[in-house]
Ligand binder design. Structure first.
Ligand code: HAS
Length: 534
């Protein structure tokens, strides 16, 4: 519950920064009190993309692992969970303080040669180290359960939690190396210059699997929780595990697709990453198939007839289903946008434009985040020993509509104006009233309107979350976990042989990264001094 509470505080602060920045960015307001656009943009990205997500996911996975692996966390796992929580929180407060003091205005990707104060980087390092300790709780609980039961296959939710966390640990090794070996010594003044290409490559080694860390927590809810809420079953235990196992293999060695326009990286390696990226789309397509299958099973169990009769049987008025469902639908264009980004030639049109910002507001801020909201409506009362009342359910539907309309307006406009050339990471400007920029005006107005809807949706969500934590009527709420259609014992045990999957991943990482990283070190330019441009 502590993790979930911090996640919603981060949502409130991040959404406030979001509202102010979208209104500044679209020319509606000028920021008061010397607050900078880039300062807000950094706070928004760090609090939402790194704070809200990490805290929510850890809270959700810990709760699910406790539920499915023995009923409660062991004493050691519990202690680790708390130590991780406090280390992460000290780090988050330190980084947020640096941003508020305008000493860490380097955006959430903290690209060198923009240079923040050491407290920003130390805060980020603590956030990561804390998350490793919390992850220790998940792995310990898993090992404890395996030893106690002697079973080869763990429950599906626990399997998904372990995969999600494995990806996080392997991915964060890259950003930890960047922060500890490059950014902190440079920012503290122990070295004068930084190898920019190396730092960005290490960042994106982390940055892309990061998006699957966000996504897989949502997928765990889609696969295991949603079928129970709609009165159905998991379409296939083996298929679900295979999709997750494929993410272990493919989510890491693809990061260079974020650097397709980066000079200094050999285009042959970019092509290898593009191929691997197209392959990581496959487990998402398998997921689309499985989830639609679960919907049909649920409808038919309730007596649906005809080819599409089952659609009517879905619980459209239940926010626990409705919010994640909207997230799923939005992932259809969101995922298609990802394939556009990953296509080598098309990337040159959309890279560094608002199209990319539109893409991640559909994928992260809609698909993943709406699923987290849907989960919060039952997870919070489950943890607080309270109930989701019909009124909160109705307000939850209103909240989902506010969020979805806001995101359609904002993200839709960002996609379109991005294609017309509007750059990302830029404060408001009319570029000297240039005629091309004047054609962007209607899209900017749409973005501002969308931002207002989103802020209202965020405030309502935060109010409902804290109401469910502290004030909703007392009672029992279940942790919904669906059964599978077939006997889960039919699932091949090889899907849970971690040494195999992690071993193959290690080989793929070596193939995809060793040469580009060696090149970045061996043929390094003299390096760059730091810049503080704010
Ligand atoms: Fe992405 C940039 C490529 C997925 C997030 N991405 C970003 C950034 C973020 C982000 C934050 O190749 C910006 C980083 C920055 O600040 O610079 N992305 C992809 C690809 C995928 C993808 C190929 N991204 C995501 C997800 C994210 C996310 C997921 C967050 C959660 N992305 C890129 C690339 C860039 C990029 C380039 C760099 C661009 C640049 O130049 O800077 C794929 O994983 C997408 C596959 C997904 C699908 C959709 C499957 C559909 C499903 C829905 C089922 C629906 C049902 C309901 C069942 C193919 C599973 C059915 C009912 C109905 C009625 C329809």
């Amino acid at each position: 519950m502590a993790y979930i509470a911090v996640a919603f505080v981060a949502l409130f602060l991040g959404a406030l920064a979001g509202l102010l920045q979208v209104l500044q960015r679209t020319g509606v307001i000028e920021l008061p009190a010397g607050i900078g656009y880039y300062q807000l943009l950094t706070a928004h990205g760090v609090l939402l993309a790194l704070g809200l997500t990490t805290y929510f996911i850890i809270g959700f996975l810990l709760a699910g692992v406790a539920k499915t692996l023995g009923g409660r966390l062991t004493a050691t796992a519990r202690r680790l969970g708390w130590v991780g929580f406090w280390v992460m929180t000290v780090g988050t407060v330190l980084a947020t303080y640096a941003i508020l003091m305008n000493k860490g205005t380097v955006l959430y990707t903290f690209y060198a040669p923009l240079k923040a104060s050491p407290s920003f980087y130390i805060g980020m390092a603590l956030l990561v180290v804390g998350s490793w300790i919390s992850g220790g709780a998940i792995f310990l609980q898993y090992r404890h359960w395996k030893r106690a039961t002697g079973k080869k296959l763990s429950p599906l939710f626990a399997y998904m939690a372990v995969v999600t966390y494995l990806i996080w640990i392997i991915a964060t090794l890259g950003v930890a190396a960047e922060v500890v070996l490059q950014l902190i010594p440079w920012s503290a003044g122990w070295v004068d210059r930084i190898n920019v290409l190396l730092s960005r490559t290490l960042f994106w080694y982390f940055g892309h699997p990061l998006v699957y860390f966000w996504l897989l927590a949502a997928y765990a809810a889609w696969y295991v929780v949603i079928p129970k809420i709609i009165g159905g079953k998991v379409f296939s235990d083996a298929l679900a595990r295979l999709a997750f196992a494929l993410f272990i293999l493919l989510s890491v060695p693809v990061g260079i697709h974020h650097q397709l326009t980066e000079p200094g990286l050999d285009s042959r390696w970019k092509l290898v990453h593009v191929f691997l990226t197209m392959m990581v789309v496959v487990p998402s397509l398998m997921t689309a198939f499985s989830i639609a299958g679960s919907f049909e099973i649920a409808g038919r169990l309730k007596g649906a007839k005809g080819l599409f009769g089952w659609i009517k049987m879905l619980p459209w008025r239940d926010v626990r289903f409705f919010a994640p469902f909207v997230g799923m639908v939005m992932f259809v264009p969101g995922g298609a946008g990802g394939i556009i980004n990953a296509s080598y030639q098309l990337n040159t049109i959309v890279h560094n434009t608002l199209f990319i910002v539109g893409h991640f507001h559909l994928t992260l801020a809609t698909t993943a985040v709406l699923t987290y909201f849907g989960v919060a409506y039952w997870l919070i009362p489950y943890l607080s020993g309270r109930t989701l009342t019909p009124t909160v359910n109705r307000l939850g539907i209103v909240q989902t509509v506010l969020w979805s309309v806001g995101m359609l307006l904002m993200s839709g406009a960002m996609h379109l104006v991005g294609l017309l050339g509007e750059p990302r990471r830029t404060a408001f400007t009319t570029y000297g009233d240039h005629p091309i920029v004047q054609s962007w005006e209607p899209y900017r107005a749409m973005m501002a309107m969308g931002g207002v809807f989103l802020f209202l949706g965020a405030v309502l969500m935060v109010v409902l979350a804290f109401y469910l934590m502290f004030a909703a009527p007392k009672g029992q709420t279940e942790f919904p976990l669906a059964d599978t259609v077939e006997d889960a014992h039919d699932t091949p045990v090889v899907l849970e042989r971690w040494s195999l999957w992690v071993g193959v991943l290690a080989v793929l990482i070596l193939i995809a990264y060793s040469k580009p990283i060696l090149d970045a070190i061996r043929h390094a330019p003299p390096g760059s001094p730091g810049f503080v441009l704010w």
